[in-house]
Ligand binder design. Structure first.
Ligand SMILES: Nc1nc2c(ncn2[C@@H]2O[C@H](COP(=O)(O)OP(=O)(O)OP(=O)(O)O)[C@@H](O)[C@H]2O)c(=O)[nH]1
Ligand SMILES: [Mg+2]
Length: 366
């Protein structure tokens, strides 16, 4: 286990005490709110309980928690980045969670590495969390000391969910998880958002599921580094192999990505685990190729710039909506727009003017 012998939580100056029982320590920690230093120390020592609590701060809607979370994040930032970040997508039922279980245990058992499993699922408030509901699909990984599984943060917009997942990813990296797998539901915009936070994007497909070109929309193939036809086991094997060749041919129709990487197509079975190690080999090959030609660094720079801009937009929207004058006037103006008495353009302008005036007044008071 990577847990430290001593951390700020267990250390008493000058006294050597036997470590308290783990469950007691866990209960005490749960009740106490730690200082920033204690959180950071715990995370950097790979303490899973402290890591979990820090993530809870990131997910909290309380202002004080959010500020503490940002302080912790900033202190952890220098210890992040030396990692492999992979996103996994595919239609519901394709086997994302089962593949993650297989990939994750390949990493922990065969490669002896730590892995964090996160998710972006903006619908998780309704469904109760995609990964949590799937813990049975990740039984081995959930019981593995080298793995850390965190369900999708719930509540809020896709942007809010993505922001929290990004920050969670960084804390996990600081805690020594050198591989991060992010599962996303294969619907809506969440793939684009996950693509913008990972280095490698894996699309899972099924053979013979009707439309062979399911998901082969331009957008998704441009984002994809590897297509894996899952459930290539039993009677399904020949069909999967056929689908693999079809996808491979279809991919030739698209121009290669600017990074120089041409997407691959493989078959795999999360049940028999055939092809699972091969998927990770492709991830590592991609990692090495893009590091060699400079695209790895370039993409990460693009991603952090986008992150900064997302933060600005998110924060501006939040400040605007929480402003008392806006809160007071918004319902009335919405009603007028809905009833056709005011154009949406004019209503938006009016609210923005109110906000501008408020900022000007605040500036003058300073
Ligand atoms: N035969 C076979 N079945 C598989 C394989 N991988 C997954 N399954 C089964 O397919 C079903 C769906 O698997 P999940 O891993 O939950 O799929 P998912 O994509 O995570 O689904 P959502 O989270 O609902 O989007 C389960 O019954 C799995 O046991 C495989 O390689 N072979
Ligand atoms: Mg799943």
């Amino acid at each position: 286990m990577d847990r430290p012998k001593k951390s700020a939580l267990t250390e008493l100056p000058g006294v050597e005490l036997p470590a308290p029982p783990a469950d007691l320590l866990q209960r005490v920690r749960k009740r106490r709110r730690l200082s920033k230093e204690q959180y950071v120390d715990g995370i950097l020592h790979g303490d899973r309980v402290v890591l979990g609590q820090a993530i809870t701060l990131i997910e909290s809607t309380r202002r004080a928690d959010a500020e503490l979370a940002q302080d912790i994040l900033e202190a952890c930032l220098p210890h992040t980045g030396q990692t492999v970040r992979a996103g996994i997508t595919g239609v519901p039922g394709v086997g994302k969670s089962t593949v993650i279980e297989a990939l994750g245990t390949h990493l922990t058992r065969e490669r002896g590495e730590k892995v964090a499993v996160l998710a972006v699922d903006p619908s998780s408030e309704l469904s109760g969390g995609s990964i949590l509901g799937d813990k049975t699909r990740m039984e081995q990984l959930a019981a593995d000391d080298r793995a850390f599984i965190r369900p999708s943060p719930s509540g809020g917009s896709l942007g809010g969910v993505a922001r929290k997942t990004r920050e969670t990813m960084l804390l996990c990296e600081a805690a020594g998880y050198r591989n991060v797998l992010v599962e996303t539901v294969g619907v809506g915009q969440s793939e684009t958002v996950v693509r913008s936070m990972v280095d490698f994007f894996l699309l899972l497909m099924l053979a013979g599921a009707g439309d062979e070109l399911q998901g082969m929309k331009r957008g998704i193939t441009e984002m994809t580094d590897l297509i894996a036809i899952n459930k290539a086991d039993g009677d399904n094997r020949p069909k999967a192999e056929m689908a693999r060749r079809e996808y491979e041919n279809a991919l030739h129709l698209f121009a290669p990505s600017p990074s120089g990487w041409s997407p691959r197509v493989v078959t795999c079975s999360a049940h028999t685990r055939e092809g699972i190690a091969g998927i990770w080999d492709v991830v590592l090959e991609h990692d090495a190729a893009l590091k060699a030609n400079g695209w790895f660094e370039r993409r990460r720079q693009i991603q952090v710039k986008r992150w900064m801009n997302d933060m600005i937009e998110w924060e501006l929207r939040d400040r605007f909506r929480r402003h008392p004058d806006i809160e007071a006037r918004l319902p009335e103006l919405e009603r007028e727009v809905a009833e056709g008495r005011l154009s949406p353009f004019r209503a938006a302008r009016r609210l923005l003017d109110v906000y501008d005036a408020e900022i000007k007044a605040a500036d003058e008071r300073r």
